[in-house]
Write a protein that binds this ligand. Structure first.
Ligand code: C2E
Ligand code: CA
Ligand code: CA
Length: 435
């Protein structure tokens, strides 16, 4: 389903009328909108709204009919925020917050009506004249909050549009066998090259996508794209006469993992592409383990279907060694915040070594994330860490460059040499996240 996210109106056209049921709210991208009420047969302008302002949210939130009419007074371009997009937030909000919002909306509606009746009993305002009836106690705080909320809604609408117009791309970061420096697999990492916002990193939009369930269609697309590209990479790999298979790691968020259609879609895609599920690794973070029983069931279901499961970002958040005993996983990924410090902080070195030893003792291979220099790689290798990924070898690459990596099989030399070989002259700079 392609969501309708924009609406265009000519001057004089009504967006909605008093008494209508409210199915959408709107953000004004261009033009001006007049909000008016009818009282005793006369039309009163409550306010005029301009670019960046929100309208129509009240009925969408509390389900009551529109209490005012909104008319374009110039040609307008509006971003449509669907009832679902707001209702999901509203329904999942704290009950007290919901109550307070409903109460405020009620108060706002009755204050609009009262204001109109006061005006009609004294001097009538000229129909069409601006009058700001809705005020806030702390206008600056209100304006800041409004700007932040609007930016989030705007961002969400842009992301929805990006999904509909297929703006997202997947890049593949090589995962290396540290001892031989041979390619072992890839991790699919999503990027959003937005024509409007520039290159948006996943940490900027995956969280929002998870909050809004947009992660489900995004994740579906990621799965399909990653598996199709993997089928291509695998063909190149097998063409070289290689026996040990490479793998593809796909990041899966908690919400996706819980989606009842997730595994059906995954197996349909591997069947269609004739891919062996054991070559596919689903990366899930520790966070989903906190959710307990459900995650446990899903992980064992994934493994019964033949897929591999990697525990991502191990060592961050609520990590507990107990999880490793409880949840059978196939790979452990040590978070880059550990790798970053093993050379400078002895305690981190000891902790990382303990994690690697324990994991190896459970026959679970470890992938170290974020290796940026040969000393880190050497320290990890010395403690028995089998695999690694990081800018020292390669950043996440578009498919054509990933094919080049497969053809070369092995990484040699310094990170600068790898950079030149892998990325070529036109290397797209992907700045390290940490200094
Ligand atoms: P992650 O799963 O921990 O992915 C590894 C991140 O570390 C990637 O950032 C990668 O570019 C970065 N990285 C790799 N090597 C190095 C290094 O040597 N130095 C430094 N400083 N960074 C390195 P990216 O691509 O920005 O992804 C950030 C996070 O966004 C990912 O963390 C993952 O949680 C999420 N994400 C990315 N792609 C997807 C996706 O397709 N689906 C889902 N659900 N989440 C995704
Ligand atoms: Ca990951
Ligand atoms: Ca990670």
């Amino acid at each position: 389903m392609t969501p309708t996210v924009k609406k265009y109106l000519a001057a004089g056209e009504a967006i909605f009328k008093e008494g209508d049921s409210g199915d959408s709210a709107y953000i004004i991208e261009n033009g001006r909108v007049e909000i008016s009420l009818t009282s005793a047969g006369d039309n009163f302008v409550l306010t005029n709204l301009g670019v960046g302002e929100l309208l129509g949210e009240m009925s969408v939130i509390d389900g009551s009919p529109r209490s005012a009419t909104a008319t374009a007074i110039e040609p307008c371009e509006l971003i449509v925020i669907s009832r679902e997009a707001l209702a999901e937030r509203f329904d999942s909000a704290d009950t007290i917050v919901r109550f307070l919002i409903s109460m405020l909306l009620k108060r706002m509606r009755s204050s609009n009506k009262n204001q109109i009746s006061k005006q009609t009993s004294t001097t009538k305002p000229q129909p069409g004249k601006d009058s700001q009836l809705i005020t806030a106690d702390d206008p600056e705080a209100y304006a800041n909050q409004q700007a932040a909320v609007l930016e989030r809604l705007h961002f969400e609408a842009d992301l929805k549009q990006a999904v509909a117009s297929k703006e997202l791309v997947l890049n593949y970061q090589p995962i290396i066998e540290l001892k031989t420096r041979r390619i072992a697999g890839f991790e699919a990492l999503v990027r959003w090259p937005s024509p409007k916002r520039g290159l948006v990193r996943p940490d900027k939009f995956i969280g929002l996508a998870e909050e809004t369930s947009l992660i489900v269609p995004i994740g579906k697309w990621i799965t399909e794209r990653a598996l199709e590209d993997f089928a291509h990479l695998l063909k190149v790999w097998e063409g070289l006469g290689e026996e040990k298979p490479i793998f593809m790691s796909i990041n899966v968020s908690g919400k996706q993992f819980k989606d009842p259609n997730f595994f059906d879609h995954l197996t349909q895609t591997t069947d269609r592409l004739k891919l062996d599920p054991s070559m596919i690794k689903l990366e899930v973070t520790e966070r989903i383990l906190i959710e307990g029983v459900e995650a446990e069931t899903q992980i064992s279901h994934a493994r019964k279907l033949g897929f591999r499961v990697a525990l991502d970002d191990f060592g961050t958040g609520f990590s507990s060694l107990g999880y490793l005993a409880k949840f059978a996983v196939d790979t452990l990924k040590v978070d880059q915040s550990f790798v970053r410090k093993i050379l400078s902080d002895d305690r981190m070195l000891v902790i990382t070594r303990a994690i690697v030893h324990m994991s190896n003792g459970l026959n679970i291979p470890v992938v170290a994330e974020g290796i940026e220099n040969p000393d880190e790689a050497a320290a990890l290798l010395a403690m028995g860490c089998e695999y690694g990924q990081g800018f020292m070898y390669a950043k996440a690459l578009p498919l054509e460059k990933a094919v080049g990596v497969v053809e070369r099989k092995t990484f040699h030399g310094t990170s600068e040499e790898n950079e030149r070989e892998v990325h070529g002259q036109d290397a797209q700079a992907e700045a390290p996240k940490s200094a």
